[in-house]
Design a binder for this molecule. Structure first.
Ligand SMILES: C[S@@+](CC[C@H](N)C(=O)[O-])C[C@H]1O[C@@H](n2cnc3c(N)ncnc32)[C@H](O)[C@@H]1O
Length: 273
């Protein structure tokens, strides 16, 4: 699994950047995605297994849209984490207005070193966050560690459309138009340059499915959204025979877990197009 930072940005840099744009994030998101991102989030929520009383973790929750959507459409208790406190402040206000603060608990946490015991959550979701992690391989191992065996993982992330014409339009929009509009409105010098750069370098489709498998996830597959602009990944926490060693990026903390293997009901890799 690649431990190379995707775009050279440290977690501290990413945290500052999202804190700086937190007050404009929702408005810019709606504007720049033309509202399509809401349909992607709905798709993810539609795939959540609706068991009673599940404990759900929304990693890199930002301003809490996924956590709020999940609270509105399930009975789940939700923990929502992010490294950028100011993004979560916006989320807390939105959840408060909807009387959901009893159901959603926002907590500052780095996805690469989550402050939860092994096997805590029944399901886990990440919306457009994973590409921002400094070492996303480490992040995936952490997600696997805190998910209960058989627990469901749902990830939304940008990708490159396969259609050459669409891909050209996407690159033009992401590379030229979006950074200019984003910079003008957010007044942040590079937050909206960072977005296309991080998307360009991030693995998607089958390549990302392999990363999920290497982190211990089973039945990993993806669904292409909006002709390949984004992808929804779904996988289940398998239980590994071998011990999983989780090494913090600075090499200081080493945790390991020994567990026995359970075969999941679907053992094949599927790729939906
Ligand atoms: C593009 S926003 C997505 C927010 C939200 N999930 C959504 O769907 O709109 C990415 C978020 O990832 C968070 N993030 C980046 N790296 C992180 C890390 N290592 N741990 C936790 N959150 C992180 C950022 O602070 C930011 O709020």
């Amino acid at each position: 699994m690649s431990e190379k930072p995707i775009n050279g940005s440290s977690n501290g840099h990413v945290e500052r950047m999202f804190n700086d744009i937190s007050h404009k994030y929702d408005m810019l998101n709606n504007l720049l995605s033309l509202g399509i991102d809401r349909s992607w989030r709905r798709k993810l929520i539609g795939r959540l297994e609706r068991k009673q009383a599940i404990h759900l973790l929304d990693v890199a929750t930002g301003t809490g849209d996924l956590a709020i959507a999940a609270a509105l459409s399930t009975q789940a208790t939700i923990t929502a984490t992010d490294i950028a406190e100011k993004m979560m402040e916006v989320g807390r206000l939105k959840a408060d207005k909807l009387n959901l603060n009893g159901r959603i608990r926002f907590q500052r946490a780095d996805a690469e070193s989550l402050p939860f015991p092994d096997n805590t959550f029944d399901a886990l979701m990440v919306g457009f966050g994973i590409r921002n992690f400094h070492h996303f391989g480490q992040g995936l191992l952490e997600l696997h560690r805190v998910l209960k065996p058989g627990g469901q993982l749902l990830i939304l992330e940008f990708s490159m459309p396969a259609n050459p014409l669409l891909s050209k339009c996407f690159k033009l929009y992401f590379g030229k138009i979006l950074p200019k509009v984003g910079r003008f409105i957010s007044k942040h010098p590079d937050a909206y340059n960072y977005l296309p750069e991080s998307v360009k370098e991030f693995p998607y489709g089958h390549q990302f499915v392999k990363c999920l498998q290497r982190a211990g996830f089973e039945t990993a597959h993806f669904t292409t959204l909006s002709s390949g602009i984004a992808m929804l990944y779904e996988a289940y926490a398998g239980v590994q025979e071998e011990s999983i060693r989780v090494v913090a990026p600075n090499g200081s903390a080493v945790k390991s877990q020994e567990v026995s293997r359970i075969h999941s009901p679907h053992d094949t890799l599927q790729a939906e197009k």
